[in-house]
Write a protein that binds this ligand. Structure first.
Ligand SMILES: O=C(O)CCC(=O)C(=O)O
Length: 268
C-alpha cells in the first residue's frame, strides 16, 4: 500500500498542498465569478423568500442533482443577498468545471485511494463570502450520499487561501472509523434525517486545514468535517467534487437523483 493510502486510511483525510497549479486555479476562480455574475439573484431570492413557495424551495434543491443552481446565504450583507453555493452538476454541465474535474492526476489519486470504478456524482462551488459566509456544522458526507458499502469520497479544492479567520475546513482525524451517525433519506418530495447514533462529536481533536489556494483536501465519506463562519473581509471559495464507486450500490432513497439524459460518468 502506498504511503499516501496508509495515511488516508489512518486519518480519514489528506491535505495535499499545490495539487492544482496556479493557472488552473485562477481559471476556475474566473469561471466561478462568471457563474455568480450571471446568476439571477432576484429569481433565486424569490424562491427562498416567498413563504408559500416552501415547496418550490424544496424542489429547487431536490431537482438540482443534474442542474446548476444557486443557493443563498440566510444572512444578508447589508442589503445585499449573497450566494452560499452553486450545485450540483457543474462538472457535467459546464466545460470549465468538466476540465478541472477530469484530470489524469485526480483520476490517479482516486484510484490510489482504492475507488475501483469512480463515478463523479456531485459538484459544488462554495462561496463562503466575507462577513456572511455561513458556518457548516459537523457532518459526514456519507449521511447525504449513501452507497452500500459506503464509498463516497470528498475532494475539496481551495480556490482562495483558507485560514481559521475565513472559515477553513476542519476535520476529525480517525473519525471515519466511528461509523455513520445520521442518514438523510428521500421519498418523493419528502426528506428526513434518521439518527443512527446519538453520540455528539468530541469537542477536542479537530484539525484545521489551513491551506493556500490550489490545495486539495481529500476525505473519506465517513470523516466528520465542518467549517466556521467567515466573519473576515477575505473570501474563501472552494470547489468540491464527490466521487462514488460504481461497484457499490447507490441507495434508492438518496436525495440526489440525476435525469436519465445525464448518466454518471467517471474521469474520462
Ligand atoms: O467548504 C466548506 O466549508 C464545507 C464543505 C463540506 O462540508 C463538504 O464539501 O462536504
Amino acid at each position: 500500500m502506498s504511503a499516501l493510502r496508509t495515511q488516508f486510511e489512518r486519518d480519514g483525510f489528506l491535505v495535499l498542498p499545490d495539487f492544482v497549479g496556479p493557472g488552473a486555479c485562477a481559471a476556475l476562480r474566473e469561471a466561478a465569478d462568471a457563474l455568480a455574475a450571471e446568476t439571477d439573484l432576484d429569481e433565486v431570492r424569490t424562491i427562498f423568500d416567498v413563504r408559500e413557495q416552501r415547496h418550490g424551495e424544496d424542489r429547487w434543491f431536490l431537482d438540482s442533482g443534474g442542474e446548476v443552481r444557486a443557493f443563498l446565504e440566510p444572512e444578508r450583507d447589508g442589503d445585499a443577498v449573497r450566494i452560499n453555493k452553486i450545485g450540483h452538476a457543474l462538472h457535467d454541465r459546464l466545460p470549465s468545471f468538466d476540465r478541472f474535474s477530469r484530470t489524469p492526476e485526480l483520476a490517479a489519486l482516486v484510484r490510489e485511494l482504492g475507488v475501483a470504478r469512480p463515478l463523479l456524482l456531485q459538484s459544488m462551488l462554495i462561496f463562503k463570502e466575507p462577513r456572511v459566509g455561513g458556518e457548516v456544522t459537523a457532518h459526514q458526507d456519507a449521511t447525504y450520499l449513501v452507497t452500500e458499502p459506503p464509498s463516497v469520497l470528498g475532494l475539496w479544492f481551495a480556490l482562495d487561501d483558507a485560514t481559521r479567520e475565513n472559515g477553513c475546513l476542519e476535520l476529525l482525524p480517525g473519525g471515519h472509523r466511528e461509523g455513520l451517525r445520521r442518514r438523510y433519506r428521500r421519498d418523493g418530495d419528502r426528506t428526513w434525517t434518521e439518527e443512527l447514533d446519538a453520540r455528539p462529536w468530541p469537542e477536542a481533536g479537530w484539525r484545521a486545514a489551513e491551506v493556500r489556494a490550489g490545495a486539495l483536501v481529500v476525505f473519506h465519506g465517513l470523516t466528520p468535517h465542518r467549517s466556521g463562519p467567515n466573519r473576515s473581509t477575505r473570501t474563501r471559495r472552494a470547489y468540491t467534487l464527490h466521487v462514488i464507486d460504481g461497484a457499490a450500490r447507490y441507495a434508492d432513497d438518496n436525495w440526489l437523483r440525476r435525469p436519465p439524459e445525464l448518466p454518471l460518468r467517471g474521469f474520462s
